[in-house]
Design a protein around this ligand. Structure first.
Ligand SMILES: [Zn+2]
Length: 482
């Protein structure tokens, strides 16, 4: 048996920060919010005794609701400046107000050359570009508005609202241009805004600078004084970042080609070498097979002092933990080297979660849990012995639609069935339609299509039909004893 209960190390880990969630829930401007999400307070996750090890984090239900959005991102385009471009600008403003965005963009582009020499008109044209960006974003999201905000920002680099809008678009697109330089300039321009501090904290934590990240979260908290619920939330997150910083300060760190392994002292010297070997091989093999490689180094934290208990009969406890917020694989290592087969299975499984998280980017939460787990099992070529055992018994099937969200509430029997189904349905999906179609399905989920809509448009059948075809094949396989 390779399953071990690692729940005892999960509680502190579940307490790591949720900067991504801070943004999604607290500072994301209202009209680019696509679903009503509540801010997460991971304290509840810490207290939960049934937290599954590696699922995408989902906020528990009893959290305070998201604070109201107050940012004013559209700029009043009243008073058109009285220059020789007055009429042209007024016409463009009207096109934007009427929703004729293409016409407005063409006309604005026509003005660009003339504006270089006209310092009175330039800031106004920047406002028009900004407002055009807002309208485009409402229709097509930040992918189309980003270049428009860039244009606005280049015409008036000192306008804080425009720079804030550009920052939100950068954030949504995970654009590398949102770096320390850009954010420090933004903080200087908009010193009262919490968002640039949250974004800089996120950038710093991605670069392993948790202490500085905590300081910026602290500053974001101060700036959220007018909003008590945002403030209390930020305070919770800040203290969690500080705790993670303290915990990781004790660890040594070793960089591989594509991974950073953090471990305690010399104790885990042997383990990290083996861990890196396994992961580099997984990187090449699974990345090749799946057609995607992580865009940045994946951090792996080894926990040597975790005490393993005998398995609890639930595959939900079977593996390590992939923390989607900080992008870290957590691995209990006591005895890991005595069971290399187990170590390899766990690492490959968690690596697939890291890979999917990297590929789905900011929308990783839109990946249904059954597909996330199923891909982790299929792509890591891990066939769980217990799942094989379960297959031989009669189990009552849970509809896939009930397995899209967190599995934290499932009993251990139900969790076993959930993994079994995830594995089976994903294998069916890959074998029947091919990896290319699966990739296209993931692209649609990344664009926030629902799974039902994505299946319908990509595979030309309904979610229900997909389920019944899979079930038919499953029953068929079981009666044949496979
Ligand atoms: Zn998993």
């Amino acid at each position: 048996m390779y399953r071990r209960n690692i729940s005892n190390i999960l509680y502190p880990i579940a307490g790591v920060l949720g900067l991504f969630i801070v943004y999604e829930a607290v500072v994301k401007p209202a009209y680019i919010q696509t679903s009503p999400s509540a801010p997460a307070d991971q304290e509840s996750a810490v207290d939960s005794k049934e937290q599954p090890p590696d699922q995408a984090y989902e906020p528990p239900p009893d959290e305070p609701s998201a604070p109201a959005q107050k940012q004013l991102r559209l700029i009043d385009a009243g008073g058109v400046p009285d220059t020789k471009h007055h009429e042209a600008l007024e016409a463009i403003r009207e096109e934007i107000e009427k929703g004729n965005l293409e016409a407005a963009e063409t006309q604005l582009k026509g003005l660009t050359a003339a504006l270089q020499a006209d310092s009175r008109t330039r800031p106004y044209a920047a406002i028009l570009w900004n407002n055009l960006g807002i309208e485009q974003e409402k229709l097509e999201g930040t992918k189309s508005s980003l270049k428009v905000f860039k244009k606005a920002a280049s015409l008036d680099p000192k306008n804080p609202v425009i720079q804030m809008n550009l920052a939100h678009a950068y954030w949504e697109q995970r654009d590398l241009a949102m770096n320390q330089d850009f954010l420090e300039r933004l903080i200087a321009l908009a010193p009262q805004e919490p968002f640039p501090h949250v974004a800089l904290a996120d950038w710093l934590q991605e670069h392993g600078r948790l202490g500085e990240a905590a300081r910026h979260l602290d500053q974001a908290t101060e700036r959220a004084a007018s909003d008590p619920s945002m403030q209390s939330y930020l305070r919770t997150v800040t203290s969690k970042v500080q705790r993670t910083d303290q915990m990781e300060k004790r660890l040594s760190s070793r960089d591989g080609a594509h991974f950073i392994v953090k471990y305690e002292g010399d104790q885990d010297h042997d383990t990290w070498m083996v861990v890196l070997d396994i992961l580099e091989e997984a990187y090449r093999e699974i990345g090749q097979n799946f057609g995607h490689f992580p865009t940045k180094s994946v951090v792996v934290v080894l926990h040597p002092n975790a005490i393993f208990q005998a398995n609890t009969g639930s595959p939900a406890w079977a593996d390590g933990l992939y923390d989607p917020v900080l992008g870290r694989i957590h691995l209990p290592t006591q005895g890991a080297l005595t069971d290399r087969a187990w170590l390899k299975r766990v690492l490959r499984h968690e690596f697939v979660h890291a890979l999917l998280h990297d590929q789905q980017g900011i929308n990783h939460n839109s990946l249904p849990t059954w597909l996330n787990e199923g891909l982790a099992m299929q792509l890591s070529s891990d066939h769980w012995p217990d799942v094989e055992q379960l297959r031989r018994h009669d189990v009552s099937v849970i509809p896939l639609t009930a397995l899209e969200e967190s599995w934290g509430e499932l009993s251990s029997e139900a969790a076993s069935v959930a993994y079994l189904e995830a594995d089976s349905a994903t294998r069916f999906l890959i074998n029947r339609y091919g990896m290319h179609e699966v990739q296209q399905l993931l692209v649609r989920l990344k664009k926030k299509q629902s799974l039902a809509a994505a299946i319908q448009s990509q595979l030309s059948l309904s979610y229900d039909q997909f389920q019944s075809r899979w079930m038919a094949q499953w029953h068929d396989g079981r009666t044949k004893g496979s």
